[in-house]
Write a protein of this length. Structure first.
Length: 52
């Protein structure tokens, strides 16, 4: 009985660790993309510079 619970616990721990690593990987890729607010601010600055 104890071995079954140990196997289940180790499997769950490995699954959670893999999920955590996957979340970190996706968050790292997500941070490389520019935010929509940054793009909008860039367009506003460019349009004002063109008007001048």
């Amino acid at each position: 009985m104890f071995k079954i619970l140990l196997i289940i616990a180790v499997t769950a721990a490995i699954f959670c660790l893999g999920f955590f690593i996957a979340c970190l990987f996706v968050a790292c890729q997500e941070n490389e993309l520019p935010d929509i607010v940054d793009i909008e601010m860039g367009e506003i600055i460019k349009s004002k510079a063109q008007k001048i």
